[in-house]
Write a protein that binds this ligand. Structure first.
Ligand code: GLV
Ligand code: GLV
Length: 326
């Protein structure tokens, strides 16, 4: 008999085929998250699960899944996992680092440029037939990206990929991270470490690329937004909850910063309706890693982690090596 796994939400057919060659797959193909009670019920007899960010795995879920050996997230972020509870239950947890770095860095750049050059509003204006009355020195004046200062908060692999792309725009790049990068990495992305205060004060474009943890909840709130330049733009391609969305809306309404581009939100997919009335924010639905090639690579990597874990090999992206007993 093949081991039983749950695929919690719709993925690419080729990935299901790959998994079905090894496992007896219980597949939620609805592309909507399973309600917590149904998730727990369907995990009851499973040894593994392929999870998405919308699937919460915590002590309650684990208590209902006594045979579970591995949970494999199709994401690099894993704030849907209670990692301490998963580790305490002796279950392996994995994520998908690496394969999405360049795609997510590209998304950050798409949002920097869209916010600076008001691309989304301009597109709507053209579609609405408003071009006839165009005022050359008034309508659609944006902000220059080239030669501006790019600030990056959270300088992991994606942050560094964003920084490297800034060279073509001849920008000054500063970053803040708990620890400065090794000198060779700093040189490779031509970025300088600064304090968080300096980062907020100096950045013309502030890009957030921190992984979420309670320690960074609302790390950009009213005080931080007030410290930014009134001409600055804020870009969040990391996680909802890093920014205090209410404080950001106040800052955008009061024009205390020039603009923002948000790919992630507190409580997404719900979002504060006041965002929808603002013309100085670009809103996208968590598409940081969303190209076909990258989403496929992520799903394949998660599946490979699950196969390794259940075949007794160490999964390549094990988040909690404490549970590995080789
Ligand atoms: C996407 O948000 C991810 O964490 O991979
Ligand atoms: C603008 O279209 C220009 O030609 O300067």
């Amino acid at each position: 008999m093949k081991p039983k796994i749950l695929v919690c939400r719709a993925v690419f057919p080729e990935v299901i085929e790959h998994l079905a060659a090894q496992f007896d797959v219980d597949y939620n193909d609805r592309d909507a998250p399973l309600p917590p009670a149904e998730l727990a019920a369907r995990l009851a007899d499973k040894v593994g699960a392929l999870t998405l960010l919308s699937d919460r795995i915590d002590a309650a879920t684990l208590a209902a899944a006594p045979a579970l050996k591995a949970v494999c997230n199709v994401a690099v972020g894993h704030n849907n996992f209670d990692l301490a509870a998963i580790t305490a239950a002796g279950v392996m947890a994995t994520n998908t680092p690496g394969v999405l770095n360049d795609t997510t860095a590209d998304t950050a750049w798409a949002l920097i440029l869209a916010s600076a050059r008001r691309i989304v509003g301009a597109d709507k204006w053209v579609r609405a037939g408003q071009w006839q009355g165009w005022k050359f020195h008034d309508d659609w004046l944006g902000t220059d990206v080239h030669h501006a200062t790019l600030g990056i908060l959270g300088m992991g692999r994606i942050g560094q990929a964003v920084a490297r792309r800034a060279a073509g725009f001849e920008m000054r790049v500063i970053y803040h991270n708990r620890h400065p990068l090794p000198a060779a990495d700093e040189q490779a992305c031509k970025a300088n470490w600064v304090s968080k205060e300096e980062l907020l004060r100096e950045a013309d474009f502030l890009v957030l690329l921190l992984p979420y943890s309670p320690a960074v909840h609302h790390i950009v709130g009213a005080a931080e937004l007030a410290a930014m330049k009134p001409t600055a733009h804020l870009i969040n391609v990391a996680r909802g909850g890093i920014v205090d969305d209410g404080a950001l809306i106040d800052a955008l309404q009061g024009r205390r910063i020039a603009g923002a581009a948000m790919d992630v939100f507190e409580n997404e997919p719900a979002l504060d309706p006041r965002f929808l009335g603002l013309d100085n924010v670009v809103l996208t639905p968590h598409i940081g890693s969303s190209t076909r090639a990258t989403r496929l690579a992520m799903a394949r990597l998660a599946a490979d982690n699950l196969i390794a874990a259940l075949q007794g090999r160490r999964p390549p992206n094990l988040l909690n090596p404490e549970v590995w007993r080789g």
